[in-house]
Design a protein around this ligand. Sequence first.
Ligand code: GLY
Length: 594
Amino acid sequence: MRLLAPLIAAAVFSTALFAQTATDAIAPEAGTSTTVAATSPEIAAALEAKAAGKPVEAENWMVAAANPLAVSAGARVLRDGGTAADAMVAVQAVLGLVEPQSSGLGGGAFLVWYDGASGVLTTLDGRETAPLAATPKLFLDDTGQPLEFFDAVVGGLSVGTPGTPRLMEMAQKRWGKSDWSGLFDEAIALAENGFAVSPRLAELVAGDAERLSRFPATAAYFLPDGNPIAAGDTLMNTAYAATLQAIAEGGADAFYYGPVAEDIVATLAGAAGNPGLLAPIDLATYRVVERDPACVTYRAHEVCGMGPPSSGALTVGQILGMLRDTDLAALGPGSAEAWRRIGDASRLAFADRGRYMADSDFVPMPAGLTADGYLAERAQLLDTDKALEDVEPGNPDWDHAMLWGDDQSIEFPSTSHISIVDSYGNALSMTTTIENGFGSRLMTGGGFLLNNELTDFSFATHEDGRPIANRVEPGKRPRSSMAPSIVLKDGKPVLVVGSPGGSRIIGYVAQAIIAHLDWGMDVQQTVAMGHALNRFGTFDLEAGTTAEALAPALEALGYEVSIGERNSGLHAIAIGDGLSGGADPRREGIALGG
Ligand code: GLY
């Protein structure tokens, strides 16, 4: 399984190089590296552009994602005349191999699609579902107390029915042009012949070694001979190659029925100390749901994304909607007043998110969360000159009255984002996840990790006697923060963007849209800009960036600040006269175009 010779010795570009040349230096994520090997001249050029803080420019198509091998697979499909939906399948298949900690067949995803031919924007919900055997008490102990977070994450209990394979198939059937089976060729070849372990994967494995060692199949893959895989090792995954081959030949049914499905259920049932509830019926009845996009108007653009069960587009939309009357362009990105208004708009939006947002197929949600009048009323709270002291949920319009308690779920940064534009004028924005880094830590016999998405539900069922909207229910989808977005101007896409990062995703995406639309940053500046986020009162500032320099002024306005790594993974494509791609310098991804 493990070959110690590096697969390819090639040019290497480092964080240090980026920090010397980019417009806004970024501190690397603690314990991880953004150093990645270039395995082709095309990838070398893309890494060089990223290191220099420059976008990648192209005329016809563009793909940006978290790993050069995955981007390269997508680029090949696009170059050969495939659509963005075809390329997504190739990218996701490779990401599941080379970035297995973030997304894969065992997880879920949300996809936003702009159709070049019809001009229609739609979304696909491939979110995991709670097993039919789950109850609201899933994450309570025998005394009715919520479990410790990682006691719930690691093992079978947290695993929801995966949605990614069915979403890949549905998107490709609907919008693809390529032969389905050929889209897996590159991933299968890499899995059979081996790929070079990236520095980020190696460092995350080393940092999670104890949890990964708890299950024999997981340990055998990530800790062969008891030692963590190292950067540059050649790693093969023949079981994953076989699963992809089965899906290539039999479609997603080869995942949801038969040996792969039986193995998933057996893996969960056999999880030592923490077996799961997922049953064959959950896999057999899983459905991807097409939903209307959630859109708000901002600076004469339509900002559109994924509505419930994600809170992403509604919360991003609330933040932007409350800032409509703030002249952020005049204030500029270095202004503490700009950040006070952005930060407190975000706090107000997060208060509504915690009270009202959940899977709307299961719980009624207020109709008016992004109504113009409601957001204008909420925005009046920003007309002060210091940090808000009390932030409470608002009272948006209801179809009928409901009393909810506030959500108590815990979210950690994880996940991956794919942005693609093809030569037919289609645009795709997809955020994909297995939730926590390495998900439930359960590796199936099919060579992929299973998610822990169910821990995105609130562990508590009630607050002060009121039910919590985002409580567990059988068949329900846990509330997400994922915010795959497409920004339209006059009905045409101008920006495709999204990020990983748990509940910080919302702030990363809102900031990226502001950076691009208000502050005129190009896409690489947009994704590289230092982060300032405020979800619950404390301003989270990114160490080593211009955001950190805001600390004294924000403290003077009455905020607590916390300075540290803010590990976004933004991938963005701007669409103008040509295409312009940006890849987050905090991670290993690139943009490639043609
Ligand atoms: N598990 C990450 C999210 O859905 O927001």
